[in-house]
Design a protein around this ligand. Structure first.
Ligand code: COA
Length: 345
């Protein structure tokens, strides 16, 4: 029998520190032309209104856990750790309703008895999950935590719906967090976050849950994502702008001190409007939506990985990470970019 072990002897820490980063995209790329060929849309509309040229789509045999395992493995290799005390998986597209997907992922990663659970907060899920992980570390409950954001959005998007199908992509990203000091590179700062459930129907899969079980539904369309895109857009700009200001203030940063603003990749126009409202120049706002689309909870760790690899994130930069998603939910936190972090993609 394998008994649970700990990565370190946990003791209350002052901060959680980023020590590993990895991402995985399924190999198949789908260009806008594929949508234009079968839906009433164009490559130009998708590029100019959303900012997407292509997205990665998993093959039918691949589940969210498969994407999560690949990203988790890379983050652990990046951190040079073989063990963590907990695995938190942020996802809106779990493999099954029951059981949670995180225990499957932990098992596949050779972590058969660790605490492992899913966290659902839509596109804000990854920032929510890192905040929960930081709390576990801060309290001394865990020494090292693997946080993964992974989505197979193609499993829940109606291929015939032009207002959602071109937007979403599949993928996964992950970080390893461990105990550290608040002023050292890699340290996460305080999180500002919130939710507003009265807008639940703005991004929603109406059927398949306890409210409306699938067996009582004869309309397949209600088992796909429904989105009031324009309403989401307006709320996203307002909430992301505000929560970013809150997180900066909580960390004692001025907005002009932010070296890099990492915005959830929902729509290039949302990121631009937020940057404009905050007075942050576009060159400080890395993006990868053009090549990956909106990957929901995977979006932020994917962008962190890509920006780290191409040199847009550098040691000791002040990074502000901010997100908005279904619920509505929103969350933002600060991060001092680590020294010598090798992201693996
Ligand atoms: N191709 C062509 N036309 C499209 C289209 C497409 N792919 N998708 C929608 N349209 C049409 C609409 O049907 C509408 O037509 P109508 O005026 O004849 O009714 C028109 O474009 C404008 O629709 P609207 O929803 O106002 O467009 P928009 O500029 O707000 O862009 C989104 C739509 C979805 C791209 C945009 O609202 C968005 O990105 N929202 C945020 C979505 C999101 O990020 N969700 C994830 C959670 S964060």
């Amino acid at each position: 029998m394998i008994f649970a072990r700990r990565s370190t002897t946990p003791s209350p820490a002052h901060a959680a520190r980023l020590i590993g980063l990895g991402a995985y995209l399924p190999p198949k790329k789908v260009p806008n032309a594929d949508f234009a060929a079968r839906l009433d849309t164009t490559d130009e509309w998708i590029r100019t209104r959303i900012g997407i040229a292509e997205r990665h789509i998993a093959d039918p045999a691949t589940a969210t856990s498969d994407l999560a395992v690949e990203a988790g493995r890379r983050a652990m290799k990046s951190a040079q750790v073989e063990y963590v005390d907990a695995v938190i998986l942020a996802t809106a597209t779990p493999d099954h309703h029951v059981p949670g997907t995180a225990p499957l992922v932990a098992d596949q990663l050779g972590l058969p008895q660790v605490c492992a659970f899913d966290l659902g907060a839509g596109c804000s899920g990854f920032v929510y999950a890192t905040t929960v992980a930081a709390g576990l570390i801060h309290a001394g409950t865990a020494g090292t935590v693997l946080v993964i954001g992974a989505e197979k959005m193609s499993a829940v998007v109606d291929p015939a719906d032009r207002s959602t199908a071109p937007i979403f992509g599949d993928g996964a990203g992950a970080v390893v967090l461990t105990a550290g000091q608040a002023d050292e590179p890699g340290a996460l700062g305080p999180t500002a976050w919130g939710s507003e459930g009265k807008h639940a129907d703005a991004i929603c899969i109406p059927a398949g849950g306890s409210r409306r079980p699938s067996r009582t539904v004869d309309d397949l369309k209600n088992q796909y994502v429904h989105m009031k895109g324009n309403e989401v857009f307006r709320h996203a700009v307002r909430r992301i702008t505000h929560v970013t200001q809150e997180a900066a203030a909580a960390a004692g940063w001025r907005i002009q001190d932010v070296d890099r603003l990492i915005v959830h990749q929902a729509n290039a126009r949302i990121s631009a409007a937020v940057a404009d409202a905050l007075g942050i120049p576009p060159e400080r706002v890395p993006a990868n939506i053009t090549h990956v689309g909106n990957t929901s909870a995977a979006s932020i760790p994917l962008l962190l990985s890509h920006a780290a690899i191409d040199g847009r994130l550098k040691a000791r930069q002040r990074v502000l990470v901010t997100s908005f998603g279904a619920g509505f939910t929103w969350a933002a936190t600060t991060l001092l970019w680590p020294v010598d972090l090798q992201a693996l993609v």
